[in-house]
Design a protein around this ligand. Structure first.
Ligand code: GLY
Length: 469
């Protein structure tokens, strides 16, 4: 938790443009197999942002914009809880840590809301993504459950997004630390990758780094020889020489911040010539994107440039043809890169995605494309100092997509399907870094992590030599 002044300042900033009341329910424990056996507790990121309280207690924060008042409603632990878990802070103590002087018992929340509704005051809330909070809001506001998400406050969403998108120095410091843990996870994968082991064994090693250095992983680790599947959750393949291993992972800090890195490495420790050629196209897209990212530039432009580089590289290899710029504009490159260049990163891996991707990554000026591939870009808006975004170009050979596009005769003016077919079984390459937009450009967060062919091979070679000793 940061100093309470941070939370006081954030709540004050939120109050500038809003009237009425905002209700922020916290997350609750989520049972995994029976009520006392829960998933790892994860606080709601917006509750964390404005209140900083990470305890898995029944709580809700209320900000009354009209009367300049913040109230923390909460249920103190019982003696049975304390016997089970040890001494715990009271709601009053937690409120004080967050700079709140008014704390009340949780059972007073309903009557507080009833009074506000009777007075005709606006009650803002964010769209709840957990079912228990959907039920809670439905009950508190006496509305059908199906209305809860559609009736979330667009005004509150807008103000929260604008605040959370620009990271303060205290947040950047946390991000740096957790990026270092993410980088260590990647180094662990590079150093321990070898033919014969099962992906799950390596997954266990990298996730151990996340647990040792933070709260755990920031999302489900992607570690697969079948890197052509964008979010592959399957870890049961045996690593084989000649294959590429795509590793997309991150750690979450004790304060809730996420890192998100991808590296693609050769299982044998040496890239083949064909792998090198594809890898270096993706590397160029990654490096040029980082070179372009600066305040004022729409991330859409950076994305388009990366897609053009992918099309250019594949044209040079004979997999694409025609004008690469035109091909990328039309979306032909998306056979190989069916996703966007990146997304915002912060308290969530896809930062604030629960508030609506278009509310976070787009605005009145830059609207989301509907073209396959481009439509998956989560952040297209102009960059500002303090934004943190991922840069993650990729090239994938997805047999089902290739079959479908070829069958449909899609983009035959740009795609040389006969050549593309030769790459089925190749897998996929993605290279991802996390960048902070600064006053005059951007900075890659975290410690330097090997990225060139030579640097990746050198780390793997050194680890293999050490193993042999
Ligand atoms: N790197 C994981 C994701 O963006 O979903």
């Amino acid at each position: 938790m940061f100093n309470k002044e941070i939370y006081l300042k954030r709540r004050k900033q939120l109050s500038k443009n809003l009237k009425g009341i905002a209700l922020f329910p916290c997350n609750n424990e989520a049972p995994m197999s029976y009520p006392a056996n829960c998933y790892r507790f994860r606080q709601d990121s917006t509750f964390n942002y404005f209140f900083g309280l990470l305890e898995p207690m029944r709580m809700a924060g209320v900000i009354d914009f009209d009367n300049n008042q913040t109230i923390l409603f909460g249920e103190d632990y019982t003696i049975d809880d304390i016997v089970w878990m040890g001494p715990q802070p009271t709601i009053k103590e937690l409120a004080e840590r967050s700079g709140i002087t008014d704390s009340r018992s949780y059972d007073q929340l309903q009557s507080y809301i009833n009074k506000a509704m009777k007075e005709g005051r606006t009650i803002h809330y964010l769209p709840p993504y957990r079912h228990d909070n959907q039920i809670l809001i439905s009950k508190l506001l006496n509305m059908p459950i199906d209305d809860v998400c559609p009736k979330a406050s667009q005004a509150l969403i807008h103000e929260v997004v604008e605040l959370r998108a620009v990271k303060g120095p205290e947040e950047v410091e946390e991000m740096e630390k957790i990026c270092n843990v993410g980088a260590d996870m990647q180094l662990t994968a590079m150093r321990n990758c070898r033919a014969g082991i099962i992906e799950q064994q390596l997954t266990g090693m990298v996730e151990g780094v996340a647990i040792s250095g933070g709260e755990g992983t920031s999302f489900a680790t992607i570690l697969s020889q079948n890197g052509q599947t964008l979010h592959n959750p399957y870890h049961r393949n045996r690593l084989a020489n000649g294959r590429l291993l795509l590793v997309d992972l991150g750690a979450e800090s004790h304060s809730g911040y996420s890192s998100d890195y991808t590296r693609t490495i050769p299982v044998s420790g040496r890239f083949t010539e064909r792998q090198k050629a594809i890898y270096n196209i993706v590397l160029r897209a990654n490096l040029e994107s980082i070179g372009m990212a600066r305040p004022g530039i729409p991330y859409w432009d950076v994305h388009m440039n990366a897609c053009t580089i992918i099309a250019e590289g594949l044209t040079q290899l004979g997999l694409m043809k025609g004008d690469p710029k035109e091909a990328a504009k039309a979306g032909a490159h998306a056979l190989f890169m069916p996703h966007g260049l990146g997304h915002m990163l912060g308290l969530d891996t896809h930062d604030m995605e629960n508030l609506g991707e278009n509310n976070v990554g787009y605005d009145n000026e830059i609207k989301r494309s509907t073209i396959f591939g481009h439509a998956s870009l989560r952040c297209g808006r102009r960059l500002k100092p303090g934004f943190i975004v991922t840069v993650e170009p990729g090239i994938y050979f997805i047999p089902e997509l290739i079959d479908q596009w070829e069958r449909e005769g899609k983009f035959t003016e740009f795609i040389n399907y006969r050549e593309v077919r030769k790459y089925i079984g190749f897998g996929g390459v993605r290279i991802e870094d996390d960048i902070l937009i600064t006053e005059d450009g951007c900075r890659v967060l975290g410690k330097p992590l090997p990225k060139t062919v030579a640097a990746v091979e050198a780390v793997m070679r050194a680890a293999a030599a050490k193993r042999k000793k």
